[in-house]
Design a protein around this ligand. Structure first.
Ligand SMILES: *Cc1c(COP(=O)(O)O)cnc(C)c1O
Length: 370
């Protein structure tokens, strides 16, 4: 009754699209947060078959799930808490991002315990003020890493940072700070096979900053990383479609209040269609009165309050019957509302829309590898 359709072939097309844009740089496919709501394992298996170079996730737990599922592609996890399972990560051949000395020391301990050489990607904070070593602590982190490389406990595969996407000037300042940090590390004796800085937006905006690898998340799922540019401008194909079947249709008189709080009332006799999707599925309640859906090729606004399980559409005198398909969002090339449209209605970004979809949706994969 509620369907989330994930087109894995679209994700492969988007991967090939970014591969061309990246020139010779490797592609790290970001599959954190259940592959932005698209299915961690299904997406990873499909991209592994398409020969992606690397996977990236936030947490070690996500990385271990991928390894347990049989994914063998190089894999990087970068957001750790003080209790993270680094020994298991090393046993599973997971590369680790390193943001500070404490993490480095715990990883070195895990290398001693497991007898595995830890593969590190040092993370330097070039201005976002989130995860990563501050510029002030950077020389200390580098020197401690040089020491552990000498002991044969770790190797430095990569060095990375993340842009704030505030303005071109701010991003360029971060690119310069990144180059300076890499130079400083080299002067102190560290070499890196893979420098990686840009995500989807930076890869589209600053191809000269691709270095040896780019980290692509939202673009793989066919969405634009920019609120003011649509996916079609980059030939990206949105991979997720959310739809449901009308469960009930009824005629009501003028003056009927609709759904909680009567945000909408009927002006004339009209037909109301009930759609069984609510905020439990991730449909934002604050899109009430703003979001549109498509029924039989026509757009209708959700005028009334979105509830936990359902919302109501006033279809006027249109011929809508129980069982008709309602598209909540999908590929706008098919004439349906996009994730961007729903994001605008909910005062958020397309990233949040796809990532939050779940609840009782039945998930179907097109192009799945079995
Ligand atoms: C999530 C994330 C990305 C991917 O960003 P997109 O904008 O989705 O391409 C890249 N790098 C890091 C460090 C991230 O956390």
């Amino acid at each position: 009754m509620r369907d989330l359709i994930i087109d894995l072939d679209a994700i492969v097309d988007n991967f090939e699209n970014f591969k061309k844009r990246a020139g010779g740089a490797k592609i790290l496919a970001v599959v954190k947060a259940n592959a932005y709501g698209h299915g961690l394992y299904e997406v990873a298996l499909k991209l592994e078959t398409a020969k992606v170079d690397y996977f990236g996730v936030a947490d070690v737990d996500e990385a271990l799930h991928l390894r347990e599922g049989g994914i063998e592609t190089p894999l990087l996890a970068w957001l750790h808490d003080p209790n993270d399972r680094f020994t298991e990560a090393l046993d599973a051949n997971v590369d680790l991002g390193v943001a500070n000395i404490e993490q480095l020391e715990r990883i070195a301990d895990a290398a001693r315990i497991t007898g595995k050489v830890a593969k590190l990607h040092l993370k330097v904070d070039t201005g976002l003020s989130r995860n990563g070593s501050s510029i002030e602590e950077w020389p200390t982190l580098v020197a401690a890493t040089v020491d552990l490389v000498g002991q044969g406990l770790v190797e430095t595969v990569g060095v990375f940072s993340h842009l704030s996407s505030t303005s071109e000037a701010d991003d360029r300042a971060q690119i310069a700070a990144f180059d300076a940090a890499v130079e400083q590390a080299r002067a102190l004796g560290l070499e890196f096979e893979l420098r990686h800085l840009t995500a989807s937006d930076g890869t589209l905006s600053y191809p000269e900053a691709n270095y040896e690898m780019v980290r692509i998340g939202v673009g793989l799922y066919g969405l634009s990383p920019f609120a003011d540019h649509h996916s079609a401008e980059y030939a990206l194909r949105p991979a997720m479609t959310a739809k449901a079947l009308v469960t009930q249709v009824k005629r009501v008189q003028a003056g009927a209040g609709i759904s909680y709080g009567y945000l909408a009332r009927t002006n004339t006799e009209t037909t109301l269609a009930l759609v069984p999707v609510g905020y439990a599925e991730g449909l934002p309640r604050n899109a009430s009165g703003k979001a549109e859906v498509s029924i039989n090729g026509k757009r209708y606004k959700i005028e009334s309050r979105i509830a936990m399980d359902q919302f109501v559409i006033d279809v006027g005198d249109d011929e809508v019957v129980a069982g008709d398909e309602v598209v909540i969002f999908g590929d706008p090339a098919a004439g349906v509302p996009s994730a961007d449209d729903l994001a605008a209605a909910a005062d958020t970004i397309n990233y949040e829309i796809v990532t939050r979809m779940g609840g009782r949706f039945r998930v179907t994969y097109l192009g799945a590898i079995d």
